[in-house]
Write a protein that binds this ligand. Structure first.
Ligand code: PXP
Length: 241
């Protein structure tokens, strides 16, 4: 059934695996979390297979893709070993993100000027397998323009700076950047997703931007699910969109 909501929700379940990897146990299982998020009504499941495997493991992505009945969006770097895994996995979508070894989480969007060749190569490999690709980029017109030229159909706008901005003025400035970027991306016929750092409070400002078609949210939902359970935590986020 087609979602009646204005904005689709992709639930990132990485941090279920973070809890598991903290003790190298076999629980909690990210695939079970994915099924519960699906039951709660989200539109896709998102997981990031990092090169350092700090949370999601190779077996997880194959199991998640196997058990869910909604699209699987694999976040990944352009590293050739990860591209190979994605080509075997064939998720509905791959989202290319930058990855630095010591970062706590993804820091900023992928720089399509500096990483043009690597991105092009990954796009070629993933495209041959029929995998749709989205590019996680900062809300910058020149980056969006390059994304369009690279031939992708979708981008994900990095909301990280907005989420970290302190004070009304700088938050307002960041919302405006995201809004302008979304309008421009839409004018380039790109599907516009956004995410990173969104929670139950700050999502209210972002969901007002009518060009944004999808939000991908992980950490805040998984944190809330510790108290509420995954199904209510996902439903609570959906009720805000
Ligand atoms: N979108 C992208 C591209 C990301 O890298 C992440 C973090 O893995 C998210 C969305 C979700 O961010 P958060 O966990 O802060 O909600």
């Amino acid at each position: 059934m087609k979602s009646k909501r204005k904005i689709k929700l992709g639930v990132n379940i990485d941090h279920v695996a973070t809890l598991r990897q903290a003790r190298f146990t076999d629980y909690p299982d990210p695939a079970t979390a994915a099924l519960l998020a699906q039951e709660a009504g989200c539109d896709s499941i998102v997981a990031h297979l990092r090169k350092d495997r700090r949370h999601i493991q190779d077996e997880d992505v194959f199991l998640i893709k196997d058990v869910i009945g909604i699209p699987f969006n694999l976040e990944m770097s352009t590293d050739s070993s990860i591209v190979d895994i994605a080509c075997r996995l064939r998720p509905a979508q791959a989202t290319l993100v930058p990855e630095n070894r010591k970062e706590l989480t993804t820091e900023g969007g992928i720089d399509l000027i500096k990483k043009h060749k690597r991105v092009e190569k990954a796009l070629r490999c993933l495209g041959k397998k029929g995998i749709k690709v989205s590019l996680f980029i900062d809300p910058i017109k020149s980056q969006i323009k390059i994304a369009g030229e690279l031939g992708v159909n979708a981008i994900e706008i990095n909301t990280g700076r907005f989420c970290q901005a302190q004070g009304k003025v700088s938050r307002g400035r960041e919302v405006e950047r995201i809004k302008k970027a979304s309008v421009f991306a839409k004018s380039q016929n790109l599907f516009v997703a956004a995410g990173h750092g969104l929670d139950y409070k700050n999502v209210k400002e972002i969901q007002k931007i009518k060009q944004i078609q999808e939000l991908n949210i992980g950490h805040s939902i998984i944190c809330e699910s510790i108290f509420l359970g995954i199904v209510p935590a996902v439903k609570k986020m959906i009720s805000l969109l």
